[in-house]
Design a protein around this ligand. Structure first.
Ligand SMILES: [Zn+2]
Length: 406
């Protein structure tokens, strides 16, 4: 260990960032990140020994979290979380194995051990996902789903009561100026307003043209207008989509990997979802296997039916490891729309904005199909700056060609 440490320290002292090319830096960081992960795994494997033996006191520390915080330069809250995860991992052979292989980062380890505490079987299914290349967001979504499914109706009810009791909206002036805020509320409550805000923000983003700001910025504008009673309201009302597996709906609780989820918000108990039944703007999609069994409210056009089926199929951006759920765009994945690509399920996939842009303007390609997508690089993959420039040119061109269209 001492030798390895010296090697890295020498590297860090010697490296001249100004003389390193972008792709060289990329490769170096790839290796350094593996060191980081391996080191974190070692800490997770060994720290229970320090806790058990009380060796931290010998070094002058009052508690184990205080000791780990001091040696790793983190807050004691973070150290506490790491120690708890390490202790839970120590009793799981599968997790010890994953740590030895250097497969899990500290935050992934915490995510898995936390899920495992309430959902037995979570370790295996999450490690399996990780082995297949799932990213942090995908793991975190699946962990939330498993935890939600493991809760019995009683605890789900108690949890919602707790959330309701702790609900709040707090704002304060930030240090550098500006108002910062935070809110906390029940998923069902949020499901009644979030789709409207999201649709409004997206419409503003689309209308803004090539100089557009981030979707987050337009979310805030939509939010403020909504609070001031100036919500857009004009266009067709957006729908809250609830996706639920037929089995879960029959039973009243979701089990294992079953789905009961408010689109764009996250998993909820079947009981909570049922509160939204019958509300005018809420659409229930009942899934059986990969088939859509029922869609409440009549979807009038084929396009609508396809878009609903697409949302049920692609729960997040389909690029492996991405996992983004908000602001997804429909992409004609095999044959482009402009080249006569059909608008049918087999030719569509949902992508997040940045990945959609990489595909449309950076030459990246989607291969495979649902459940086995691969993200294929073009021969000479462009940098982020180059893709952004290409996108700006394309947007400007499109605006010029449609001068009368808003
Ligand atoms: Zn993505």
């Amino acid at each position: 260990l001492t030798q390895a440490l010296r090697t890295i320290e020498e590297f860090v002292v010697a490296v001249r960032p100004g003389a390193v090319r972008g792709d060289e830096a990329l490769a170096m960081i790839g290796l350094l990140a593996r060191f980081e992960r391996a080191a974190a795994s070692g800490i997770a494997l060994l720290s229970p020994v320090v806790v058990e033996t009380g060796a931290f006191a010998k070094a002058g520390h009052a508690s184990a979290p205080e000791w780990l915080a001091a040696v790793s330069g983190s807050s004691s809250g973070v150290a506490k979380g790491r120690l708890a995860a390490a202790e839970r991992a120590a009793v799981s052979p599968a997790l010890v194995g994953a740590l030895r292989e250097g497969e899990l980062s500290p935050s992934e380890l915490q995510l898995v051990t936390k899920a495992a505490a309430s959902a037995p079987g979570a370790v295996d299914s999450l490690l399996e996902m990780k082995a297949q290349g799932a990213g942090h967001q995908e793991l975190s979504d699946e962990a939330a789903r498993l935890r939600c499914a493991a809760r019995c109706a009683e605890t789900a009810r108690a949890q919602r009561a707790r959330v309701h009791q702790l609900r709040h909206l707090r704002t304060h002036q930030a240090e550098g100026g500006g108002i910062r805020g935070e809110f906390f509320c029940d998923e069902v409550v949020w499901a009644r307003v979030a789709p409207g805000l999201e649709a409004d923000a997206k419409a503003r983003w689309k209308a803004a043209g090539p100089q557009r700001e981030s979707l987050d910025a337009y979310r805030l504008d939509a939010f403020v207008d909504y609070l001031a009673g100036r919500g857009s309201g004009g266009t067709a009302r957006p729908h809250t989509l609830v996706l639920v597996d037929a089995g879960a709906l029959q039973r009243g609780t979701a089990e294992g990997g079953e789905l009961c989820e408010i689109d764009g918000i996250g998993p909820v108990s079947v009981e909570a979802a049922a509160e939204l039944l019958g509300e005018g703007t809420v659409q229930f999609i009942v899934r059986s296997g990969i088939d859509i069994r029922t869609v409440t409210r009549s979807t009038r056009t084929i396009a609508q039916r396809i878009s609903v089926a697409l949302i049920a199929r692609d729960r997040c951006c389909v690029v492996p490891g991405c996992g983004k759920r908000l602001g997804l765009e429909d992409d004609h994945c095999q044959v482009e729309f402009g080249k006569g690509g059909p608008t049918e399920l087999g030719n569509l996939a949902r992508l997040c904005g940045p990945h959609h842009s990489m595909k449309s303007h950076g030459g990246w390609r989607l291969d495979g199909g649902p459940g086995h997508w691969t993200w294929v690089a073009p021969p000479n993959a462009p940098t982020a700056g180059r893709i952004a420039r290409e996108r700006k040119v394309a947007v400007a061109k499109a605006t010029r060609n449609r001068p009368n269209q808003r």
